[in-house]
Design a protein. Structure first.
Lengths: 582, 187
């Protein structure tokens, strides 16, 4: 890694952390119902929505009502995306005349976008009409993100309020997340991306001349190139900001029309972790002790930087098999060097490894390089980041509520060790909270491992592995299920996943991973909100100290490592040994 | 539960209109006014005809042109794709070897080491760029094929070299299509 790579990475982390406080305190104002500078424009829109919907903004819901509202809304979204895809041939905005998407693919995509996974089983430019992309996918990009944020805020209220029942109003949290946070940020980002060359048009695909005519597989002369375009920037902005990740084009943000320059790349990468990082500050602000938010943000940053370093090193070291063939992989000022298979020249190695780590630390899943072609240890990083539960920054809302489940477990274990009743932010952590938090930890692990196991012992699961004949094929399957079971959406894309087996199996994983976590989160919120607040005493374990940060990192790493090291040993680890053994 | 059905339906419909219709239309309108060329694909126009996009690579295998990255999509810009070969996949190593052989076949004298991006497939299959090293590697071949001096071709490469954006972002690179268009221009 040269100085410039190092500089770009440090710049990224510093800008991310600098933005956490201003955006975080703005979001705290939004969720506490305070006035913001956007009220003038958006206030009337917001009140109009509540009036038509018959929502009383100050009416609190108990946790069960909140959960029902979340589920109802998400079912509607899922149905809409399914129906739009099935009917797209008869709907407007389909200049390419694309036909209906298959039933299993439509189901997979509907689950995928409603659950904020955005696993891309389809190739955007050959499958989806502009109508499906906009009214189906873009809408879910917004509201699935807003759902995650709403659930997080409900959980935070569980800590803030005491001896109460209500944890907020889902309709208000959903609407305010969308209108005040996601929409303004998306407009700014989308326009910035277009300025860099990301396309935004309703025109049909463009046709241009080829400078050097070529011939196709049948020997016919090819003199023209068809360029897929579309209203991409508006979708890409929210796909990044809402940790969604489903691309407009097949190769996602590796496509020059989806991610045109190093600057568009920087902005898109920043957008991946921006809201999840800032929500840590929002959390601290809302619980009345910003140190609590910083402690969690620091925990995330330490784990992130550690694994990022491993990914950059693995990719920059290059492929020993290429070196034997006389290929120059040494990084210089004019040669990116390293393992450039599946990477774009304008991004090089550092920005590809940085993106891969960020997109899997968060539940984003967009890509600017092909993870399937990473070196074994380079590919292990995104795989393991997902397997940790996507709590290192994590999805918008979902990352922090997942992290808070780990905090509850960490507090509980430390309480057991010193023989005191564990508490967090003045709330006693008891058997019920611990059970719910354990569910949140265990369900994704179970889904990923059982799913992988089923796939590798069935003919249907084995049939579409692309890199056959070794541990890499196993990694492809493990990656797919780790991705679905944590609502990530990135892939070792060689695996042929657009078929009934994978569309169905991964769809089921995504569904359980999302909603079986949301319900325990809301149950915890409902339980905490009824409890009394106990003042801190000499026996209280402070949860903002370096000691607690180290302890929390330990708990996260032990749970992740114990769960997945055996599986990783069969995939990337053994493959790494094969690479260095020649 | 019943009391939640009306808000669920109305809010879903209203947010669909706001985020699925108004938002993309607003962004499209603003983009078409402010950044019309970029929003429509950064097309390169010559004599009123689109001869390519600055952002989308094309296939080159004629020795008189600079060659771009390998493409798993065959530079089909209506179906982007990477190779997705794992690092030990024999098909990957075959593709690399074939590219090395092709480069050596048209330029047997060259003893320069071959830069890695010239023998590997890009992520999109549409990468418009190669590294500066990959362009310099091809200078002697292109100059010989066109009967130009190496110095002339090299200065053209330098002219079409983009540095890191703002001096520090991304990697220095050469736009293959623009460079080849410029080559045809002078000869």
């Amino acid at each position: 890694m040269n100085l410039n790579s190092l500089f770009q990475i440090i710049l990224y982390v510093v800008v991310l952390l600098l933005l956490a406080k201003p955006l975080g305190s703005f979001m705290a104002r939004v969720y506490q119902g305070e006035r913001t500078f956007l009220d003038r424009v958006l206030g009337p829109v917001e009140r109009f929505i509540y009036r038509i919907a018959g929502v009383k903004a100050d009416e609190d819901m108990d946790w069960k009502t909140y959960a029902i509202a979340v589920m109802l809304f998400n079912v509607l979204g899922l149905l809409a995306v399914y129906v739009f895809q099935r009917l797209q041939a008869f709907l407007p905005l389909n200049p390419q005349g694309l036909s209906a998407v298959t039933a299993d693919s439509s189901w997979n995509t509907a689950v995928s976008f409603a659950s904020n996974t955005n696993w891309q089983g389809y190739g955007g430019e050959v499958t989806m009409s502009y109508f499906s992309q906009m009214l189906g996918l873009t809408v879910q990009n917004f509201v699935s993100a807003a759902t995650g944020m709403a659930v997080l805020v409900a959980l935070i209220r569980g800590f803030v309020r005491h001896t109460a029942k209500g944890i907020g109003n889902f309709w208000v949290d959903l609407t305010r997340s969308t209108l005040y946070i996601l929409l303004p940020l998306s407009i700014v980002l989308a326009l910035a991306l277009v300025s860099q060359g990301v396309v935004q048009t309703f025109s049909e695909y463009k046709t241009v001349a080829l400078l050097q005519p070529t011939s196709d597989a049948n020997g016919n002369a090819v003199t023209e190139q068809v360029l897929a375009v579309g209203p991409a920037a508006s979708q890409i902005a929210i796909k990044q900001l809402g940790t969604n990740g489903g691309g407009f084009f097949n190769v996602n943000s590796a496509h020059p029309f989806e991610n045109a320059t190093p600057f568009s790349n920087f902005l898109e990468m920043l957008a991946i972790l921006l809201i999840p990082a800032a929500l840590c500050y929002t959390f601290g602000k809302m619980v009345g002790d910003t140190r609590q938010g910083w402690a969690i943000l620091i925990t995330m940053t330490i784990i992130f930087v550690t694994f990022l370093s491993l990914a950059v090193w693995a990719e920059q070291s290059g492929n020993p098999a290429f070196t034997k063939m006389g290929v120059d992989q040494v990084q210089t000022n004019i040669n990116p060097g390293g393992n450039m298979e599946g990477k774009e020249t304008r991004f090089g190695v550092a920005n590809s490894a940085l993106w891969a780590t960020a997109t899997t630390a968060a539940s984003n899943g967009s890509v600017n390089s092909m993870h399937d072609s990473f070196m074994p240890l380079g590919g292990l990083v995104p795989l393991f980041m997902m397997q940790l539960g996507e709590i290192i920054f994590g999805g918008v809302g979902s990352g922090l509520y997942g992290m808070l489940a780990f905090v509850i477990v960490a507090v509980f274990i430390s309480g057991l060790m010193v023989g005191r009743t564990p508490e967090y932010l003045g709330k006693k952590i008891e058997a019920f909270e611990m059970k719910m938090a354990s569910l949140m930890l265990l369900i994704p692990i179970l889904l990923a491992k059982v799913g992988t196991a089923i796939a590798v012992v069935t003919a249907a699961g084995l049939a579409t592995i692309w890199n056959t004949g070794g541990p890499h094929g196993f990694s492809e399957v493990l990656y797919a299920f780790s991705s679905a079971a944590n609502n990530n959406g990135s892939a070792f894309a060689g695996l042929g996943a657009n078929n009934p087996f994978y569309n169905t199996a991964l769809g089921i994983c995504m569904l359980f991973a999302r909603y079986w976590l949301i319900i325990p989160v809301l149950a915890i919120a409902g339980s905490l909100v009824q409890k009394k607040k106990i003042p801190a005493s000499a026996g209280t374990l402070p949860t903002h100290t370096p000691l607690f940060i180290v302890w929390l990192i330990g708990v996260i790493m032990i749970v992740g490592a114990l769960s997945f090291i055996p599986a990783l040993a069969l995939g990337p680890i053994v493959e790494h040994l094969m690479v260095i053994g020649g | 539960m019943k009391t939640q059905i009306r808000p669920a339906l109305t809010i879903f419909a209203l947010l669909t209109v706001i985020t699925g219709v108004i938002y993309p239309l607003f962004v499209t309108g603003m983009s078409q006014v402010l950044f019309s060329s970029q929003a429509n694909g950064s097309l390169i126009m010559a004599d009123g005809k689109a001869v390519g996009s600055e952002l989308i690579g094309q296939q080159f295998d004629d020795p008189k042109y600079f060659w771009g990255r390998l493409s798993a999509a065959g530079y089909n810009a209506a179906a982007s794709s990477g190779s997705n070969y794992g690092p030990l996949n024999p098909a990957l190593l075959d593709a690399v070897q074939m590219r090395i052989d092709a480069l050596k076949a048209v330029d047997p004298e060259s003893t320069l080491p071959i830069p890695v991006d010239l023998v590997t497939a890009s992520a999109s299959g549409l990468d418009p760029h190669i590294s500066v090293a990959a362009a310099l590697y091809q200078v002697s071949r292109v100059a010989a094929a066109r009967g130009l001096s190496e110095a002339d071709v090299q200065s053209l490469v330098e002219k079409y070299t983009e540095g890191r954006q703002f001096g520090f972002l991304g990697e220095p690179r050469v736009n293959v299509l623009l460079l080849n268009l410029a080559l045809d221009e002078i000869q």
